[in-house]
Design a protein around this ligand. Structure first.
Ligand SMILES: Nc1ncnc2c1ncn2[C@@H]1O[C@H](COP(=O)(O)OP(=O)(O)OP(=O)(O)O)[C@@H](O)[C@H]1O
Ligand SMILES: [Mg+2]
Length: 301
């Protein structure tokens, strides 16, 4: 990247962080620890996410990524420490948060349509229950559906839609309430490259236009690498936070995993490679970083 481009990007990020707030961090974790019984998922986690900042949350299966989302949603209490959203302690039903949950297949037989799903994301109190409130709600839902380009299938039963179509509607549901913080738990899972790009772009547009902070859980950083300001990498109770260039290195990941890991840069992509036992230690995260089926640039360990 040349100097001019670096400067533009820097200014752009500074502006993004200044947008849409009253000065409070979008997300703040202070000395936050989470344990189940004698198993500690993470300990002494300090993290401040600025408005408009994009944080990728990485780590192997079971490292506590979804649990972190649940803490911020007020559905799971920290074992110690504090968690705030937009300056207020976390609480259940917080309309400052939009949430794209880790994918579950839609139960067959549930006759929910796309418009119904998106409607569930609307804060009913905001527009009241009268005729005007209902009209405003309908307008919001239609606008959110249009934003994700889902008009053509929004009135179909969800179970009849493809994974990519369902995921676009989930993003619409998360955005329809005009959130300050967007929590996305593996939103690109099982999407093809075109839909991965589409869903990432929808989230990125939201962040740029409204200064919405994004926490994005993923096993595969490459599709979102250009968007990521910082990475939070969780492994077995340990973690590192920093820009991708600082965290996604052989040295840092080897230390986190406690075993030898190589991070290669291949044509602008990151490939995390281990051999033998190392791949076992990397678990799904390692397997996904160098995903064989979807990554034409993969390097075999
Ligand atoms: N309420 C709970 N009680 C006890 N253990 C729990 C509870 N919730 C989660 N866990 C455990 O905590 C660990 C972390 O779970 P979590 O779902 O946060 O992992 P994750 O990083 O999202 O993994 P994945 O990549 O597979 O989605 C898991 O071992 C899980 O079984
Ligand atoms: Mg999870």
């Amino acid at each position: 990247m040349n100097k001019g481009a670096a400067l533009t990007e820097h200014t752009d990020r500074a502006e993004r962080r200044a947008t849409g707030t009253d000065g409070a961090a979008a997300v703040r974790l202070e000395a936050a620890s989470l344990a189940f019984g004698d198993r500690t998922l993470w300990r002494d986690l300090d993290l401040e996410v600025a408005p408009g900042e994009f944080v990728a949350v990485l780590g192997p299966n079971g490292s506590g990524k979804t649990s972190l989302m649940r803490v911020l949603l007020g559905r799971l209490a920290l074992s110690s420490g504090h968690a705030h959203i937009a300056g207020a302690p976390v609480r259940a039903g917080n309309h400052d948060i939009g949430y794209v949950p880790q994918q579950k297949t839609i139960d067959a037989g549930v006759q929910l349509r796309g418009v119904d799903l998106v409607g569930l994301g609307v804060d009913g109190h905001r527009w009241g229950l009268g005729l005007r409130g209902r009209a405003e709600r309908k307008r919001k839902v239609a606008a959110a559906i249009a934003d994700v380009g889902a008009e053509a299938f929004a009135h179909h039963a969800l179970e009849s839609l493809s994974g990519g179509e369902q995921q676009r509607l989930r993003v619409a549901q998360a955005l329809v309430g005009d959130p300050k913080v967007l929590l996305c738990d593996e939103p690109l899972l099982s999407l093809d490259l075109a839909n991965q790009r589409l869903v990432s772009e929808l989230i990125e547009q939201r962040r740029r236009a409204h200064g919405t902070a994004v926490l994005f859980v993923t096993h595969e950083i490459n599709p979102i690498l250009p968007l990521v300001d910082r990475v939070l990498y969780l492994v077995d109770g340990r973690f590192r936070i920093g820009p991708p260039d600082e965290v996604m290195t052989s040295e840092v990941l080897s230390e986190l995993y406690g075993t030898e890991v190589d991070v290669l840069r291949v044509r602008g992509r990151l490939v995390v490679v281990g051999t033998g036992d190392t791949m076992d230690a990397l678990g799904a995260a390692g397997a996904q970083h160098c995903h064989a089926d979807t990554d034409p640039n993969r390097v075999r360990a």
